[in-house]
Design a protein around this ligand. Structure first.
Ligand SMILES: Nc1ncnc2c1ncn2[C@@H]1O[C@H](COP(=O)(O)OP(=O)(O)OP(=O)(O)O)[C@@H](O)[C@H]1O
Ligand SMILES: [Mg+2]
Length: 455
């Protein structure tokens, strides 16, 4: 092993570059000796005093010192410890720059970590596959295919009031414990797609197994790739979980498939970015989030959506649902704000509705899909418009009605809402094992809006 001498970048030697730990602070390590051939985002291996190896990413450089953050714990890393960087020939270097993930179709049905290693105890995965860039740019906007036809999500309330097209990206805004995981499981099982890729970012360890076994179930898992980084892992791992899942979704999209990408949650992804940014010396800006978070977030979210059309004119699609944690109904929190601006619609889940026992606890009046009404027929649009109007009147008036302060016959609009809204609420209710196609959803709404006996 040798330390490479400085040489112009185009003349990269093949071998190993060695550095030494000069300092440790918080979550980061400073390294000397890695200059001239390494850059931000490159991955190095660091050897602890006990010989343990840990991978780490280079964050920024300060003068000649690389600041790195390990994927594992810092325990056993001390001053003078060795760090290694693999030097590749220029072609390999170009391919590997910024990190790649080798994705294999056999990932379907499996639970993996952000490095693509299986963590479900079901044995090894094939080591080969297609290299995918972890930080790939989104397809060129002008060349990108358009959104596909509407996609059947198998969940009535979404099929009716947030009708989605293939390649659309939605935000799912929810507090804790309102039924997010259950809804994601239902979507993975019920959606009319070829593959579902699910990223669990920063969940508690116990929840992962519960999600896979109870919410997803064997049927959902069979068509899913589940990428997991729990809350106790390093912020780099949590960040990579989002990138690895996106890269896997892109892999299937590039095969022309219809992919459903579910990410729970982008808030925890942003919190990981915040930890990384602050550790590498960035200043905190909006509520402690450094500016890089809001530069990075759109780059991730934009990668979902339509792919490039193939020779036959058809394109694969990534339809995506990104969950955002809203605590105490604070919808103006910076991550929620940024996400709302980037995506093509939002679905709001509310504790009040969950407490009333209606699941999925989605507030129809506050949810919106920007591609509706374009993807529904005129008759379907009229149905959802009428239903929304009834629900809105009902929301305004229900306290008065319950208190007996409203006298039937005073306002035909209110009378209609009193008659119809409970029936619509009944349609919005859906058990976790139940599936409803778009046609079934509209049939149910049609029947609720014109009950037998009405003209
Ligand atoms: N469709 C449904 N039908 C009946 N009950 C439901 C439904 N969805 C959710 N629930 C109830 O709500 C509870 C919480 O659901 P879930 O675990 O999916 O919420 P969560 O938002 O993921 O919670 P956390 O924030 O803790 O991860 C479930 O245990 C279940 O009792
Ligand atoms: Mg959950």
């Amino acid at each position: 092993m040798r330390t490479a001498v400085a040489a112009p970048r185009h003349d990269v030697p093949v071998g190993v570059l060695e550095g030494r730990v000069t300092g440790l602070s918080g979550l980061t390590v400073s390294l000397s000796g890695l200059r001239d051939f390494t850059g931000v985002g490159d991955r190095v291996t660091i050897f602890g005093l006990d010989g343990r190896e840990t991978d780490a990413d280079i964050l920024p450089f300060h003068i000649n010192t690389a600041i790195i953050m390990p994927y594992g714990s810092l325990e056993g890393i001390g001053s003078g410890c060795r760090a290694m960087f693999q030097l590749f020939d220029p072609e390999q270097r170009r391919r590997r720059a910024g990190g790649t993930l080798v994705v294999n179709d056999a990932w379907q049905g499996r639970v993996i970590d952000p490095m693509g290693r299986p963590i479900d105890g079901k044995g090894p995965l094939p080591p080969d596959g297609v290299p995918q860039k972890l930080h790939a740019p989104p397809p060129e906007a002008a060349l990108r295919a358009r959104l596909g036809p509407r996609i059947d999500l198998g969940v009535r309330v979404l099929n009716l009031f947030a009708t989605c097209r293939e390649g659309q990206r939605l935000g799912l805004f929810a507090g804790s414990g309102v039924g997010k995981s259950t809804l994601m499981g239902m979507l993975a099982r019920n959606t009319d797609c070829d593959v579902a890729v699910i990223a669990l970012v920063g969940e508690r360890g116990r929840e992962v197994r519960e999600f896979v076994e109870d919410d997803l179930g064997p049927e959902g898992l069979a068509k899913s790739v589940v990428v997991v980084a729990t809350s106790d892992t390093s912020p780099l791992m949590r960040r990579e979980a989002a990138y690895a899942a996106t890269a896997a979704a892109e892999h299937f999209r590039d095969q022309g498939k219809s992919v459903l990408l579910l990410m729970d949650s982008v808030t925890r992804f942003c919190q990981a970015l915040r930890e990384i940014g602050l550790s590498s010396g960035e200043p905190p800006a909006t509520r402690g989030y450094p500016p890089s978070v809001f530069a990075e977030l759109p780059r991730l979210l934009e990668r979902a959506g339509p792919g490039l059309p193939g020779p036959d004119g058809k394109a694969g699609q990534i339809t995506a649902m990104f969950s955002v944690l809203v605590e105490g109904d604070d919808h103006n929190e910076p991550v929620a704000d940024a996400v709302r601006g980037i995506l093509d619609g939002h679905v709001v889940m509310e504790r009040r509705i969950a407490e009333s026992g209606r699941y999925p606890a989605i507030n129809v009046l506050r949810s919106l899909s920007r591609t509706v009404p374009g993807c529904n027929s005129a008759e379907e649009n009229a149905l959802t418009r009428d239903a929304r109007a009834d629900l809105s009147t009902w929301e305004e008036m229900q306290d008065m009605v319950r208190l007996g302060a409203y006298r039937a016959g005073n306002d035909p609009k209110v009378d209609q809402a009193i008659r119809i809204a409970p029936a619509i609420e009944e349609i919005l209710r859906q058990g976790r094992g139940e599936k409803a196609t778009i046609a079934e959803s509209f049939d149910a709404l049609r029947a609720a809006l014109s009950p037998p006996g009405t003209p």
